[in-house]
Write a protein that binds this ligand. Sequence first.
Ligand code: ZN
Length: 127
Amino acid sequence: MTTTRIQKEILDKAISLHGHLGPFLVLGLRMGLRAVNTIGRPSSCEVFTLMRKPYVCAVDGLRAIIGNNIILREGEGLSARFSNGKDRIIISVKRSIVEKYAKTPWEKCEENALLIMESRDEDLFES
Ligand SMILES: [Zn+2]
């Protein structure tokens, strides 16, 4: 069982970068942390998702973890390919999670963000 704890300062940084707390921001954080924990700090990242909110909110979450070397590409669902020049990893958020949280009404954004924060990696990501 792996739950990557999000430190408060990282969360605060992501919120100030992005402007609000929501589930896709936290999904971006979780994806970035999983990448760092697997291959170390990535030097590049390509994100594949729909080019609209809330999906693109994940980019700011990723940015809070790995910096600005992020390329956003049109895709389905939410996934990202990370590389550190040597190793690569693809992290895909489960489609059921993407679909469920994309429907989050504005007033439930923070509540759902907390649910993502507390979820286990295996519940969020395809293995
Ligand atoms: Zn957002």
